[in-house]
Design a protein around this ligand. Structure first.
Ligand code: G3P
Ligand code: MG
Length: 438
């Protein structure tokens, strides 16, 4: 049962397996800790078994979110592994820090200095902004549940020129012909745009009261190199309008219209759009799952599909689409997560070097137990990444979140992505994995 202790005393080496835990529906439900979650993490920590948290959530800076999780899970009172009575405890590494935490938009930082920063050379799922070099100094558009906060996160990552939809709306109110949903928020958070829009063609300039600009030097006008959806936007209407304007602009020059953008082939050099989370659904307070960022992505893609040639690849298509999807179940996120986990594991090995045998120090990571509640996200991603990869990502499904076993029984197709194990909760998942490892 899920109330019995998991295992006895700590081992003296770092084992060849590790864990990746989903948050919503595994460690927390509606921001409240799921029973046994903190104990499971603490137990692994004492056993020197590395783990990361891997969530499709986002919207707060990593260090702030980690501090919040420590408090919610009660981990701040058991932070270090230093234990005077336990010679196997290796040093002052916290149970949870930004070093073992990956949220939906964490991988965006890979694009600061290298537009193909998450490309492992295998092709297919790599992130590329479509431009040379990194995006650190280029103008990017960001949005999310709180676009002003999301801008701050992007700036803390190191992006230097970050704009939000409110900046565009404040400078060019005619871009959105209705009363804005979040008018006072936009008024409070808008900043001046770094450059004016190139209002080229159509009658937007007339409608807005702006004089049409016809300077031939495009460098004088706002060019959006990439757009990032950090987490679930609230004002879908404004955001879809602006993102669609961006997709049909000529080489990122918002305010222009490139007819080729709507053609079968699409325009050359247009702005790329990044979504950080493709979850259609997630487990919230309501008894049925609620829309996640994947629903917003589907809405943008649906509107765009109505505008363009039916021959054009879908916006969200991994091959040839204009957008990149990150977050579980996408391989780029699993690749980033595994790299983070390996770095974290290396720091544990380092801290533990005095006790570990040379063989243990070199023991490769063989298995990552992905403990998740969403079959279409956590489980699908682990299964797909595992089959394409050297390290085995072993999927373990819990029943404390999105997954509904009653629905599974009534509909054989529901559980399309089969986990290696289905257990009650996170504590049972850890126990199952530790028993499997002997
Ligand atoms: O908005 C967050 C939600 O989509 C899923 O979070 O922790 O279950 O990956 P998580
Ligand atoms: Mg979840």
């Amino acid at each position: 049962s899920s109330t019995t202790p998991i295992s006895p005393s700590p081992p003296s080496a770092i084992p060849p397996f590790a864990f990746a835990f989903d948050i919503d529906g595994v460690l927390l439900h509606v921001n409240q800790p799921i029973p046994g979650a903190a104990a499971a993490l603490q137990h692994l920590h004492r056993l020197n078994i590395p783990f990361i948290l891997l969530t499709n959530g986002g919207g707060r800076y990593e260090a702030d979110r980690v501090a919040d999780l420590q408090q919610r899970l009660g981990l701040d009172s058991m932070q270090t592994r230093t234990d005077a009575h336990d010679p196997d405890c290796a040093g002052p590494l916290p149970i949870l820090s930004t070093a073992n935490f990956v949220q939906s938009h964490t991988p965006f930082q890979e694009l600061l200095d290298n537009a193909a920063g998450l490309d492992d050379g295998a092709g297919g799922d790599e992130i590329s902004s479509g431009s040379d070099g990194g995006l650190r100094g280029q103008t990017i558009l960001v949005t999310g549940s709180d676009a002003a906060r999301v801008r701050t996160i992007a700036e803390r990552y190191g992006f230097r020129n970050v704009i939000i939809p409110a900046d565009i709306l404040a400078a060019y109110p005619a871009i959105y012909p209705f009363n804005p949903l979040l008018k006072s928020v936009y008024a409070e958070t808008a900043r001046p745009l770094p450059k004016p829009l190139l209002l080229e063609g159509g009658n937007l300039a007339v409608n807005s009261g702006e004089k049409a600009l016809s300077d031939t030097d495009e460098s004088n006008y706002l060019r959006i190199a990439a757009a990032f959806v950090f987490n679930d936007p609230r004002d879908w209407a404004l955001d879809i309008q602006i993102l669609t304007d961006m997709l049909q602009a000529r080489r990122g020059l918002l305010g222009t219209f490139d007819p080729a953008s709507l053609s079968a082939k699409g325009s050359e050099g247009g702005t790329r759009l990044f979504f950080s989370n493709s979850d259609l659904l997630w487990a919230a307070k309501y008894h049925l799952p609620r829309f996640g960022q994947g629903a917003f992505a589907a809405a943008v893609a649906g509107v765009w599909a109505q505008m363009v040639s039916t021959e054009q690849p879908p916006l969200l298509s991994p091959k040839g689409g204009r957008s990149t999807l990150l977050g579980k179940p996408n391989a780029a996120t699993y690749r980033f997560a595994e790299r983070t986990l390996r770095q974290y594991r290396a720091s544990l090995l380092e801290a533990h070097a005095s006790q570990a045998s040379p063989a243990a120090k070199d023991a490769p990571l063989q298995t990552v137990y992905m403990v998740g509640d969403n079959p279409d996200s956590d489980i699908a991603g682990a299964n797909q990444f595992s089959s394409a990869h050297g390290t085995d990502w072993c999927s373990v499904l819990v029943e404390t979140g999105v997954y509904d076993p009653a629905r599974d029984k009534s509909s054989p197709d529901y559980l399309r992505h089969r986990p290696r194990a289905i257990v009650n909760d996170v504590r049972a998942a850890v126990r199952w994995a530790l028993q499997r490892e002997g």
